[in-house]
Design a protein around this ligand. Structure first.
Ligand code: AMP
Length: 437
């Protein structure tokens, strides 16, 4: 026998039971963001590698270690997107969105790819929803972005499990001074730092502050604080943000160690942490990135955004035994015996589906016993049985699968009878919406 295939390391199939969660989360995200004026964007799964190098920053973990980069047949370097903001900003510039009414509010729900070490909550393909407000600056916008993320968590029943961490990392100028001070502080202490931090010290010293290794964490506690290097504008911006969060009753923790793993942030940065597990299990993060559009070749344009990890939210929901509505369960299995019955049942099945009755039938088996057995396996509460006699008499049998009780109804009465039994509310009614010509 040939070897069986398996998914590559770190990636997973999303099976139907899990899709119930994805579908529900996507619905919440879509509704909350649409209410706030956001429109959906999808950027390609891969971009020119340079898009990520330039935006995320060459010295970050993502660019150094985690990108899926490959050459196409013409030798162009391409990379599967490890995060969403870079592509959205590239699209903002490419499509002249600076000419659209500002701010431009966009959201996405997409798979992302990182060559991470697979472990709980860390995969090589994962889904993120994210949203960006591009073209305006105001701490009230940062507060609104945080509030939207919070509302989405609330709708998903996980808001109380998460703690909001906020910080400001100032402007690039104030940050440069801070980074010098950090280097001065860490130089001479290299032997206490992990290997990664030793490498980061000269390229990206702020990343030493959020290292998870015990020794690095102790040193980070005593390191110089950003607040002593902040410019007055960033300070005021941060105070205003906190006032707005307080005004909306959103609880937060100030965390001077929070720096986020990407270079493009300015001023506000924030993350939602699992209150029990802390930084290891951040379900999402974001911040302000006022310099990114310009860095990517556009006009100077302020922006703020957020991205949340869907798998981690699902893990939280499951841990708390939060379930989502199941939409896939069938209502009816149509048992048909013989070709004449099939001829009558095929249009019936279609009509039932159009009315919102989730129906399965016309399976390639002819025996009543076998077909009822299939209905049982699919756990349909009702079966409609049509054999030769029923075709001749213009009737059908409706069987209550759990109780085993049967009744005979006129063929025309099948649909109303079933709807009465299952209730109008459980119908899977579908309207594609009106087309505009
Ligand atoms: P980041 O921008 O790296 O903070 O990512 C934002 C969110 O995406 C994180 O808080 C996680 O919820 C999720 N995420 C990031 N990387 C992974 C991964 N490798 N596997 C699963 N989820 C991830």
């Amino acid at each position: 026998m040939a070897d069986k295939f398996q998914t590559p390391k770190g990636v997973h199939d999303i099976l139907p039971d899990d899709h119930d969660y994805y579908t529900f989360i996507k619905k919440v995200v879509r509704h909350r963001l649409r209410q706030a004026g956001f429109r959906r964007i999808s950027t390609p799964i891969f971009e020119a590698t340079e898009v990520f190098q330039r935006s995320i920053g060459n010295d970050t973990d993502i660019v150094q270690k985690e990108m899926y980069t490959f050459s196409d047949k013409k030798g162009r370097s391409l990379t599967l997107k490890p995060e969403g903001t870079a592509g959205v900003v590239r699209a903002y510039i490419e499509h002249g969105m600076a000419q659209w009414p500002q701010p431009v509010e966009l959201y996405y729900v997409e798979p992302h790819f990182r060559y991470d070490r697979p472990q709980k909550g860390r995969y090589r393909q994962f889904w993120q929803f994210g949203f960006e407000v591009i073209g305006e600056t105001d701490p009230a916008l940062d507060a609104q972005v945080i509030k939207l993320a919070y509302q989405i968590h609330e709708d998903l029943g996980v808001a109380d499990l998460l703690s909001l961490q906020i910080n400001t990392i100032g402007t690039p100028e104030s940050r440069e001074k801070y980074q010098m001070a950090l280097k001065d502080y860490y130089i001479g202490k290299e032997r206490s730092l992990c290997e990664d931090c030793n490498n980061r010290l000269h390229t990206n010293p702020m990343r030493l502050l959020d290292c998870k290794e015990e020794d690095c964490r102790i040193l980070a506690q005593l390191a110089p604080k950003m607040e002593n290097f902040l410019d007055s504008d960033s300070k005021e911006f941060h105070e205003d943000l906190k006032d707005f969060l307080d005004g909306m009753g959103i609880k937060y923790e100030e965390n001077p160690q929070l720096v986020r793993g990407l270079d493009y942030y300015t001023k506000t940065v924030f993350e939602f942490w699992d209150a029990k597990e802390g930084a290891q299990n951040s379900v999402g993060g974001g911040g302000r990135y006022d310099g990114l559009v310009e860095l990517m070749g556009g006009q100077p344009t302020p922006a703020v955004g957020y991205a949340g990890g869907i798998e981690r939210i699902i893990a939280n929901m499951k841990r708390e035994k939060i379930r989502v509505p199941k939409k896939d369960n069938l209502h009816v299995f149509v048992v048909q015996l013989g070709k004449d019955a099939k001829l009558k049942c095929l249009p019936l099945i279609n009509k039932m589906r159009e009315r919102g009755i989730k129906t399965m039938g016309a399976i390639g088996k002819d025996s009543l016993r076998i077909q009822l057995g299939i209905a049982d396996k699919f756990e349909t509460p009702w079966a409609v049985i049509v054999g030769l006699t029923e075709v001749r008499e213009g009737v059908a049998i409706i069987r209550d699968m759990e109780k085993g009780i049967q009744e005979t109804v006129d063929f025309e009465d099948i649909i109303p009878s079933i709807i009465k039994k299952i209730g109008d509310k459980s119908l899977d009614k579908y309207s594609p919406g009106e087309l505009i010509y």
